[in-house]
Design a protein around this ligand. Structure first.
Ligand code: DGL
Length: 265
């Protein structure tokens, strides 16, 4: 096991700013923890890449975080989790937390028996996702929709554009036509779009995102390994971007005591 103690940071990575939706949940639940976040936006989007490419990028990010002394790694990306976490767990002696589309809770909550899932091509085509969805009750209809173009718009600062609204309508309206009452956000970039999605679906459709559950799981695993930061601490929260820091700065503008830096990882 890599030797770390509770003071070491939690490492988090994603292809871009998506994982910040997870970082925010972790920071809310575990405010004393030190964190290091990697926004691999030079290589975004991951969703269109091959499994092998996603594994190689996940290895690069993991090794960078391990070299920075991280005590646990949160793969804050559904695409990297569904394609690479098995490989990471088999090769690195450090706890990993992943995120997968929450279709199981959606299948329990649905009243119409129709659930929609919005995720990247890489996630929907992964064998891990196939395995999870094959366990869902046969009476439930799952409508899979690739969110093509959404991550690119978010990473390019066009989250609130007409282009975004049009794409979201094109992906979501067909789900609503099929009487879908629960939409699973299967990409960590998508929680930033919740207000826009809500405006399209109205008040009666459940929008399901697993950020909070990932933060809870991170806490449980830290506790189990005796590396949870339990004392009061003024934490260090460092965000590294390997392309442009501007989108990170915008999404994190309400946080005062954080550092955003460029790094060629
Ligand atoms: N945020 C990511 C996810 O959860 C990656 C999206 C992408 O880079 O395509 O899948």
């Amino acid at each position: 096991m890599i030797t770390t103690n509770f003071k070491h940071p939690i490492g988090i990575f994603d292809s871009g700013i998506g994982g910040v939706s997870i970082w925010k949940e972790i920071n809310k639940l575990l405010p004393y923890e030190n964190t290091i976040y990697l926004s691999d936006n030079k290589n975004a989007p991951y969703g269109q890449k091959t499994r092998e490419e996603i594994i190689q990028l996940s290895i690069k990010n993991t090794e960078y975080l391990i070299n920075k002394g991280c005590k646990i790694i949160v793969v804050a990306c559904n695409t990297a989790t569904t394609n690479a976490i098995k490989h990471l767990r088999a090769n690195y002696n450090i706890p990993f937390i992943g995120i997968e589309p929450a279709i199981k809770p959606a299948s329990i909550q649905t009243k119409t028996g129709v659930i929609g899932i919005l995720a990247t091509k890489g996630t929907l085509n992964s064998s891990l996702f196939e395995k999870t969805s094959s366990k869902i009750d046969d009476n439930i209809t799952i409508i899979e929709q690739i969110g093509e173009g959404l991550v690119e718009l978010i990473e390019n600062g066009k989250m609130h554009s007409t282009e975004m609204t049009e794409l979201l309508k094109a992906y979501i309206n067909p789900m609503l036509k099929e009487k879908c009452d629960s939409i699973v956000l299967g990409c960590t970039h998508y929680p930033f779009l919740i207000p826009q999605i809500r405006a399209i679906v109205g008040p009666n459709v459940n929008i399901i995102d697993s950020g909070e559950a990932v933060a809870m799981q991170t806490k449980n695993i830290l506790q189990k390994n005796n590396i949870l930061y339990t004392m009061k601490n003024k934490p260090s929260n460092i965000f590294f971007s390997n392309k442009e820091e501007i989108v990170l700065q915008d999404i994190l503008k309400e946080y005062k005591n954080i550092t955003i830096k460029y790094s060629d990882f």
